[in-house]
Design a protein around this ligand. Structure first.
Ligand code: A3P
Length: 294
């Protein structure tokens, strides 16, 4: 008899699969948050560079100081759907807020700003697999294989739903003046430029800060993969310590160590079908399966 595929544990709220242990009431209230002028959102599909961007904006706000040991980035730049609206409303403005919501579910105000970071789906699914495996208490998927997770990802049956629906929902709005749309790959290629772009987007006071080279270099150094790999309890205290660390590999192209040929073909096919005619493939000109098939 064929062995049944293992699945991570998920909760559910308003049609979204959510990590087990996320309070449903907080998720629900997060959706109903009323954004204020001065709110700045870091928006991503999971595993696309959220924590990296959270640390960049936190350091911008704190004049180039790195997040000290003992603090948790998810309390400083809280995850809207995890902590709920009341928590977020209680932090002083200007707020920095993390969310994984697609555009139509994200609390929107023309007076708030949104930094959206996209990552190619091939590396995203690999990172998401290790994430799901590693939070044992949340997902109970420690023995799950990449192949099992890949099937769920390609069907959109993972937390926060379908990767492409999420990306498309924000891509469509990328030219709005209060949205900065960028990629994990652009951050890898030229982190200094991306930090400056973020500062510029956040406003003059932030731009002035990065004109101070000491601040800029401190942000660059302390948000590097090497530095962020240290003292990882700052990013996620709930990670099961025996599993791969949260800041794991930080590379472009690790998918090549995980995908079968059939999986490459299927994800490429889904990419093509979901994004036909809108140029999303140009976000990743160096991504082999995409450059070969468009
Ligand atoms: P990998 O699993 O591929 O290593 P998120 O914060 O959205 O959950 O994304 C996590 C991914 O971003 C992980 O990818 C992690 O290693 C990577 N990452 C985090 N900080 C990084 C940094 N400073 N530089 C490069 N990659 C980073």
């Amino acid at each position: 008899m064929k062995q049944q595929r293992r699945k991570p544990n998920y909760g559910i709220c308003r049609g979204f699969l959510i990590p087990m242990g996320f309070p449903v009431a907080c998720f629900e209230s997060g959706l109903n948050y009323t954004p204020q002028s001065g709110d700045n959102f870091i928006v991503t599909y999971p595993k696309c560079g959220t924590t990296w961007a959270q640390h960049i904006v936190w350091m911008l706000q704190n004049d180039g100081q790195a997040l000290p040991l003992g603090k948790n980035i998810n309390l400083e730049v809280p995850h809207l759907e995890e902590v709920g609206a009341e928590f977020v409303a209680a932090i002083p403005s200007p707020r920095f807020i993390k969310t994984h919501l697609p555009y139509s579910f994200t609390p929107y105000s023309p007076d708030a700003k949104y930094i959206y970071i996209a990552r190619n789906p091939f590396d995203c699914v690999v990172s998401f697999y290790y994430h799901t495996q590693g939070f044992v208490k949340h997902y109970d998927f420690a023995d799950g294989t990449f192949d099992e997770f890949f099937e769920l990802f390609i069907e959109g049956e993972v937390d926060w739903g379908d990767y492409f629906d999420h990306l498309l929902s924000w891509y469509e709005h990328r030219h709005q003046p209060n949205i900065l749309f960028t990629t994990y790959e652009a951050m890898k290629k030229d982190p200094k430029q991306q930090i400056i772009e973020m500062a510029k987007f956040l406003g003059n006071s932030y731009l002035e800060k990065v004109k101070n080279l000491e601040i800029l270099h401190s942000i660059l150094e302390h948000t590097s993969f090497t530095k962020m790999s240290q003292e990882q309890s700052r990013w996620s205290s709930l990670r099961s310590p025996e599993m791969t660390p949260f800041i794991r590999k930080g590379e472009i192209g690790d998918w090549q160590n995980h995908f079968s040929q059939n999986q490459v073909a299927r994800l490429t096919d889904k990419f093509r079908k979901k994004t036909a005619g809108i140029g999303i493939e140009n976000l990743w000109p160096e991504l082999i399966p995409i450059s070969m098939h468009f």
